[in-house]
Design a protein around this ligand. Structure first.
Ligand SMILES: *Cc1c(COP(=O)(O)O)cnc(C)c1O
Length: 459
């Protein structure tokens, strides 16, 4: 992440505003420094389809730019879109007639809400539990850790099997009388493998726990991959013990950013998600999700996306994504020294090396404009494959191969390089020290710029 150069930073509200044309030019200039995601240079963060789809998202988003989902009475349009999106999502994920859910701003909010629902259900139905616990595979998304942190729930970590999937035996053994819920991912972010959801959810069900299937990544891709013939294990409401699911529309659903779904097996559980305050002078206040005001754009764009792509469109995209992933996995495994971790089930995977420093490799790739996420335990690099990558697979593999050769020649990374820093952070046994370092880094990253030398616009 880079920030605006100090001497060009804007630090006070301009006395007289700039003209729209000047501002759009400034915005254009600012984004020219961002990663070239449209050219497939990022391997996370952006899920791009094509120009035509981009126009549709733009149109839907701007048409509902001012609409506020806080009031379904004033904006019946948004209520219609949201309930129809939820209806389509629950059908896709084998939800029965009692299944229901909400649209949220993203996977994190979907997960926060699911965890809150289970906590509040336990408070009502199992009041003897004073210190609720969540059973969480170590590969589960940090949004669950965040939820536990926010809502006062203790995390019990579940280790992975050698195939990098959560270990159901370990889950079974970790359940105490304080447990309220367990989690499995379909697939998990770090290695792109699907946890043994059927086995895990059966254990949770037998012990009366909620089970959340995190299909933030897979929810809008796995059903279509299955439909076109890829083997996909049961992961959704088809599995009796699965009581809630998160599925992101702004990932492989290809909607505009700010759109996810959280689904529940039944209405009673969904109700624990709601917040109602009846005694405010401002009126009776009720919200289904974390936000108060809710942007209409992402909701409208999500609806338009589902209606525009349809089953055929999603299957077509799934084919491209799955084939591109296979080409990349085979290509990476064919480079001496590199190996893909585990057996990725979908389109997300990581590779590691026992020969070269992969963080140094990431730096070399970054110099070529390729952005790969760095992972730890062990050091590995992460790829999330989208339709935009189909056209750049050969270029990527060529650049990766030459970067591996260069990393082999260079040996260990220079002490001041970012590779050395990542290596140190991943290797430090004192995680508190790492956390402190990151907190300082964040203070710096987000502090208001100081310079008032130049109050013009970056041109
Ligand atoms: C991305 C992701 C999340 C969180 O979603 P955000 O939209 O980034 O908040 C949760 N779980 C998995 C598996 C993810 O990949």
């Amino acid at each position: 992440m880079t920030s605006t150069p100090k001497e060009q930073a804007t630090t006070i509200l301009p006395k007289k505003g700039f003209a729209p044309a000047e501002l759009t030019a400034a915005l254009e200039e600012a984004r020219s420094h961002d990663a070239q995601w449209k050219k497939g240079r990022t391997w996370s963060l952006v899920y791009y389809v094509n120009e035509e789809h981009e126009r549709l998202l733009e149109k839907a988003s701007t048409m509902f730019l001012y609409a506020n989902g806080l009031s379904p009475g004033v904006f019946p349009s948004l209520r219609q879109f949201e309930t129809e999106v939820i209806a389509m999502a629950r059908k896709l994920l084998n939800g029965g007639p009692d299944s229901c859910g909400s649209m949220t701003s993203g996977g994190t909010e979907s997960i926060l809400l699911a965890v809150k629902s289970y906590r509040d259900r336990a408070r009502t139905e199992r009041p003897q539990i004073k210190e609720p616990e969540i059973l969480l595979p170590v590969s589960a998304h940090p949004a669950f850790e965040k939820a536990a942190h926010y809502f006062g729930i203790k995390v019990i970590h579940i280790p992975l099997r050698p195939d990098l999937r959560a270990n159901p035996k370990a889950l079974q053994n970790a359940i105490t009388d304080n447990a309220i819920m367990a989690v499995g991912s379909a697939p998990g972010y770090p290695h792109g493998v699907i946890d043994p959801i059927e086995e895990m959810a059966a254990i949770a069900r037998e012990r009366g726990l909620g089970f959340h299937a995190d299909a933030c990544l897979g929810g809008f891709l796995l059903p279509f991959a299955r439909q076109i013939g890829y083997p996909v294990p049961a992961f959704d409401f088809e599995v009796p013990g699965v009581t809630s699911i998160s599925a992101d529309i702004h990932k492989y659903g290809f909607g505009a950013r700010g759109a996810s779904t959280v689904l529940y097996r039944n209405i009673a559980l969904h109700r624990y998600q709601y917040y109602v305050y009846t005694d405010w002078p401002g009126g009776i206040y009720a919200t289904p999700t974390m936000a108060g005001s809710r942007p209409g754009g992402p909701i409208a764009a999500a609806w338009a996306t589902l209606m525009s792509l349809g089953e055929n469109g999603y299957c077509h995209l799934a084919k491209t994504i799955m084939e591109t992933t296979r080409t990349l996995i085979n290509g990476i495994n064919a480079i001496p020294g590199l190996s893909v971790m585990g057996n990725p089930d979908m389109s997300v995977f990581a590779f590691t090396s026992d020969k070269i420093n992969v963080y140094a490799l990431a730096d070399l790739m970054e110099a070529q404009g390729w952005h790969l996420e760095r992972q730890q335990f062990p050091p590995s690099l992460h790829l999330m494959v989208t339709p935009a990558h189909a056209a750049v697979t050969n270029d990527f593999l060529r650049d990766l191969k030459s970067a591996v050769t260069q990393a082999t020649v260079n040996g260990q990374p220079a002490p001041e390089s970012s590779a050395a820093l990542y290596g140190m952070a991943a290797g430090l046994p004192d995680r508190g020290q790492v956390k402190n370092f990151i907190l300082n880094y964040m203070d710096n990253l987000y502090k208001a710029p100081e310079s008032i030398k130049n109050q013009g616009l970056r041109k």
